[in-house]
Every structure is written in C-alpha cells, then in structure tokens.
Design a protein around this ligand. Structure first.
Ligand SMILES: [Zn+2]
Ligand SMILES: [Zn+2]
Length: 141
C-alpha cells in the first residue's frame, strides 16, 4: 500500500521509505530492512489521521491546519482518505504527543503560523472550558 504525507509540498511517503530500506546504512554500515540489522531511525515516519469515530474534533483541527482544498469540493476543506498520512517533519516531537498533538511545522502555505496560533489558542480555550465544567460538576456532587 502506498501512503503519502498530506501536507502541501511535502513529498514524503511510503515509497521513499521503501527505497531507504533498500540502501545500506551510511551510519552503521549495516544493511537495512527486515533482513538487515541496522537499527537506526528512518528519516521520517508516517502518522495516520485521528479517526472521526475516536476523535472527530482533533481530526478536524488537523484538517484545518493542513489547509488543503480540492477543486471538487469547491473551496471546502479537503478530507483525508484511508491512505493519507502526516509525516514526522510536521510534528514538534516527530509524532503526535499529548503535549504537541497537532501538525504545526513546515505546513507549506503562506500564513501557516497564524493558523497554527489560532488553532492552538482555540484548543486551549476548549480545554479550559471543559475543565471548568468538570469542576462545576464536582462542586455539585
Ligand atoms: Zn544504521
Ligand atoms: Zn510531510
């Protein structure tokens, strides 16, 4: 199966990883791949989108940050397919983590930073709201 990074202008995908696996490692001089014994980290990893069943809000936030539109949807936000991935180049920690859940780096469009700020700010607000709601519930109980 072929996976591609969904971020504009990013050409990382599973094809590139396969090619990387076939090369001999320059660092440890060992062959890579399943049969090889090189244990060096690959140049990037491909992370799947949050599913709408498990985390609809986060999926939406990733879509907003990636900011792709398709001609077919007439300017509406593009939706990831099963094969869509986001590579580690776009995550502060190289992968979505509890602290840095969103793809925020090298997003490949003008004003990406503004969008990142807005989404992060909004999600902080949401977190605070839900925390306050929980507090209220606790007080009532
Ligand atoms: Zn190696
Ligand atoms: Zn990428």
């Amino acid at each position: 199966m072929a996976y591609h990074c969904a971020v504009s202008g990013c050409s990382n995908g599973s094809y590139r990883l396969l090619r990387w696996e076939k090369e001999r490692c320059q660092q440890c001089q060992l062959p890579r791949g399943k049969a090889g014994s090189c244990t060096c980290d690959p140049p990037f990893k491909l992370h799947p989108f949050p599913t709408s069943r498990k985390n609809r809000e986060l999926r939406q936030q990733w879509k907003v940050l990636i900011n792709r539109t398709s001609a077919k949807s007439r300017g509406k936000l593009w939706s990831p397919s099963k094969d869509s991935r986001v590579c580690s180049d776009h995550f502060v920690d190289g992968a979505p983590t509890a602290e840095n859940t969103f793809p925020t780096l090298n997003l490949g469009y003008v004003d990406a930073n503004k969008k990142v700020h807005r989404v992060l700010f909004q999600s902080q607000l949401n977190n605070e709201n839900s925390r306050q709601k929980k507090k209220k519930v606790n007080q009532v109980l």
